[in-house]
Design a protein around this ligand. Structure first.
Ligand code: UN1
Length: 508
């Protein structure tokens, strides 16, 4: 039985009862564990249909001028603005993030649409000086083809938007396989997209059907999509294990993958740091989204001279955190996504304590909330570690903050870089030389390096992604759009002669 309140929230985003019930894939809300939908999933053979449609849509869309393609994305941004509260609420309901973060995620979608609209007039190529007289050499960016977008539960809608907004202005079609845990928000996005498309057509523009499709399904569906030779680009967000599997399969057919995988993000707190700012950044970074962002702060590297002041301040900030339903406005920490996440957190804490000699300074226990017994609410944990070892080297998708001390700046950098992941990093310092060293070539090895800002909550204008086990992909801002296009080098000869490059003589 679908909880009626949940049905109302889904309906607000345009989803009818029929669309979210009667299917084979059951959806549960992490808020209280209640069933909130049962949607129909595709099987591996259905992938062929989706990709075939995407290929046909691409054949038409690639010929539409990019600024006109931008108009569709502008309308998508407008529809998202109108839907911000409803979609944000559905994100909270389905993924468990608090309302402010649900709305923030939709804002991130709006921001990338705005960015992409501007970009639709700026898909710049270069011109090069040819070594041959009467020759013109240039680089042109063409649409690449249908793009597969595979997303995770924790940013159930924004990551689609990062990819889709860029792919659409770049002239590509999109097949989106959302997480099996969050299909309702994906279906709601499809409704929003359809509304933008209807307005685009009403404005006199031609656009193909099936330009952006949602493909609901499990692992085999994902695998069939990843293996499909007509999908030149697979953009995947999730665990490093998932990314490795995707990368191998895509590489096998010499396709292109864009990976945004696990992080194990750290903050260095230096002696000169503004500790009250640091405490606020640490709390948001480590407990925001209940520790389920890929950019979540997981490791704190604290100078020994500030440890005695910082840790008690942090523990007391943790004690004041309001844990509860993500749908109540005063809540700061919502639930974990499911039981498996709770068990993984318990296991990590056990390993930190029993195998690594860590001391749990606070949190870790389950919080029972009346009426929400089916949800997995936990008190965020801080663990003082004797060294960076064992479980601290792994990403556990839960609010666990490991703390280690340092005395020498270079040793702190070595700890920061001493994990396999390389997504986000930061330092709190008011020492200019330290800040610049951290951001220099010998400093952080991550895709994101912040000074006096926590590791999470990046703006869309910068390229987003990381190195090493994070997969090397870059999404959203800067020149990430280039991943969604193919580069063509063109040389035009208007000389009337046929000089060869490198001065080669070929007398015929
Ligand atoms: C993610 O967790 O997959 O920087 C993305 C951030 C957000 C995006 C996180 N803008 O925390």
């Amino acid at each position: 039985m679908i909880h009626p309140a949940h049905r109302t929230i889904s309906a607000a985003t345009g989803l009818s009862d029929a669309e979210i019930s009667g299917g084979d894939l059951t959806v549960f809300s992490p808020v209280d564990g209640a069933m909130i939908g049962a949607v129909r999933s595709a099987d591996a053979s259905g992938v062929e249909t989706f990709v075939g449609r995407a290929r046909r849509a691409f054949a038409v869309w690639r010929a539409v001028p990019a600024p006109i393609r931008g108009e569709l994305v502008r309308l998508l941004g407008e529809e998202l603005r109108a839907a911000k509260d409803d979609l944000g609420r559905l994100v909270s309901l389905e993924s468990g993030k608090i309302l402010a973060e649900g709305r923030g995620e939709v804002q991130e979608m709006i921001d990338i649409c705005d960015f992409a609209v501007g970009l639709s007039r700026q898909l710049y190529g270069l011109t090069m000086a040819s070594e041959r007289p009467g020759h013109h050499m240039r680089e042109v960016w063409h649409p690449i083809g249908p793009v597969a977008v595979i997303t995770a539960f924790n940013f159930p809608v924004a990551v689609w938007a990062w990819n889709a907004a860029l792919a659409l202005v770049c002239g590509d079609s999109v097949v989106w396989k959302p997480s099996e845990k969050t299909p309702l928000t994906a279906l709601a996005c499809q409704k929003i997209f359809d509304r933008a498309m209807a307005r685009f057509r009403a404005g006199g523009h031609d656009a193909p059907d099936h330009l952006s499709q949602v493909l609901i399904g499990g692992r085999e569906v994902g695998a069939a999509l990843v293996d499909h030779p007509d999908v030149p680009l697979v953009s995947a967000t999730g665990s490093t294990a998932m990314g490795r599997a995707v990368a191998r399969r895509v590489a096998d057919r010499l396709g292109r993958s864009l990976l945004e995988l696990g992080g194990n993000n750290a903050m260095i707190v230096a002696p000169s740091a503004d500790l009250s700012l640091a405490v606020r950044a640490i709390v948001f970074g480590a407990v925001g989204t209940a520790g389920q962002r890929c950019t979540t702060l997981r490791r704190l590297i604290v100078h020994e001279s500030v440890r005695a002041q910082l840790l008690p301040a942090l523990v007391s900030a943790y004690e004041s955190l309001k844990i509860g339903s993500p749908l109540s406005p005063e809540t700061l920490v919502g639930p974990l996504i499911d039981k498996a996440a709770f068990e993984a957190m318990q296991d990590a804490l056990m390993q930190a304590r029993d195998l690594c000699g860590g001391t749990i300074l606070c949190g870790g226990d389950r919080v029972d909330l009346p009426g929400l017994e089916g949800g997995y609410y936990v008190r965020p944990a801080i663990v003082d570690m004797p060294a960076q070892t064992g479980v601290m080297l792994h990403e556990t998708f839960a609010p666990i903050l490991y703390v280690v001390g340092y005395t020498d700046f270079d040793a702190a950098l070595a700890i920061q870089n001493g994990v396999t992941q390389g997504l986000s990093s930061c330092i709190f310092t008011n020492d200019l030389a330290e800040a610049e060293a951290f951001a220099s070539a010998r400093g952080s090895d991550c895709g994101i390096a912040n000074v006096n800002i926590g590791p999470s909550g990046a703006e869309i204008g910068g390229a987003f992604g990381g190195e090493k086990d994070t997969g090397g992909g870059r999404e959203s801002g800067s020149d990430s759009w280039k991943a969604y296009m193919r580069r063509q080098t063109q040389t035009v000869n208007f000389s009337g002669a046929l000089p060869l490059a490198q001065g080669v003589e070929f007398g015929i």
